[in-house]
Design a protein around this ligand. Structure first.
Ligand code: F6P
Length: 324
């Protein structure tokens, strides 16, 4: 690749997240403002491998800011773990004439970005996932919109649980991280929350807690469970059998990934998009744009991937204290 930056590509990869369109728009317009050409690669790394792209101008990214999903579409690409596949992606990038690439996605997508940089295509990554599970960044694009959707759904479940004196078990997404569950627990007033970061026992942390709550006058309850920990329908049966409280299970599922991006997601995605272009313009690559102490900054992808993210203990303590 030459060192002069003329044309850059953008792709979205992994699960979509509300706010990705704001990032695509910001990247495109920042790049054009700075005299660059921009290409939108379709369907993540798969589209790069197939050479599927469109030229983006300032108008092509008009009217997408307020939409959920990703204008460029997205995909997961297992094949991208293979070195020869990465090399053929770099080959395709050369054919398209790309001098740099911006990847919006989760940590799997970041590994692809790192491999592309190593293979000769300067790449910058932006954290876009509802899970907030990127170690080097306090925030990932999509979390806020997802949490607002979850809040709306659980508020509705509370209405009907309250009316019927029932227990409602609600499974939320998270991909091995409890951010969605813990924030939802605080914002929606859950009685119990089960997350991957904290070992739990169904009998102590759920059944006994519900029985205790009943003694204290609680007539209905909400149990929030992070995905992949257990079968919510089975948990509902156990709660009903052990507490005598009629119980229903709801899996919120992919509804959490859609919807109109919130103000927070639009603003942060726009800031991160602009920053990613600035990094490429400065000749930097293999960087992740991230939020640290509330500010947008950047870090080496490798360093970022090696970091471990801990769910703040004060959030867990707060959720527990408020559930008495
Ligand atoms: O990473 C985002 C996410 O929505 C996770 O919360 C969830 O585990 C996963 O993607 C679902 O993936 P898919 O859309 O492939 O079913």
């Amino acid at each position: 690749m030459n060192n002069k930056l003329n044309k850059i590509g953008i792709l979205t990869s992994g699960g979509d997240a509300p706010g990705m369109n704001a990032a695509i728009r910001a990247i495109t317009r920042t790049a054009i403002y700075n005299g660059l050409e921009v290409v939108g690669i379709q369907e993540g790394y798969n589209g790069l491998l197939r050479g599927e792209y469109e030229i983006l101008d300032a108008r092509s990214v008009g009217d997408i800011l307020q939409k959920g999903g990703t204008y460029l579409r997205t995909a997961r690409c297992e094949e991208f773990k293979k070195p020869h596949v990465v090399l053929s992606a770099v080959e395709q990038a050369r054919k398209i004439g790309l001098d740099g690439l911006i990847v919006i996605g989760g940590d799997g997508s970041f590994r692809g970005a790192r491999d592309l940089t190593r293979a000769g295509l300067p790449t910058v990554a932006i954290p876009g996932t509802i899970d907030n599970d990127i170690s080097c960044s306090e925030y990932t694009i999509g979390l806020d919109t997802c949490l607002n959707t979850v809040k709306e759904c659980i508020d509705k479940l509370r209405d009907t649980s309250m009316s019927h004196n029932r227990c409602s078990v609600v499974e939320v997404m998270g991909h091995g991280a409890g951010y969605i569950a813990i924030y939802a627990s605080i914002a929606c007033g859950a009685d119990c929350v089960l997350i991957p970061e904290i070992p739990f026992s169904i009998s102590e942390d759920v059944i006994e807690k519900i029985k205790e709550g009943h003694k204290k006058g609680k007539k209905h309850c909400i149990v929030i469970v992070s995905e992949q920990l257990l079968d919510p329908a089975e948990l509902a049966k156990t709660i009903q059998a052990e507490t005598g409280m009629e119980t229903r299970a709801t899996i919120l599922g992919h509804i959490q990934r859609g919807g109109i991006p919130t103000m927070r997601d639009r603003v942060i995605a726009s800031q991160m998009g602009a920053k990613a272009v600035e990094l490429l313009l400065e000749g930097k690559s293999n960087r992740v744009v991230r939020m640290k102490k509330g500010e947008i900054s950047d870090i080496d992808i490798e360093e970022g991937l090696a970091m471990k993210k801990e769910l703040p203990k004060d959030l867990i303590d707060l959720a527990n204290m408020l559930s008495i």
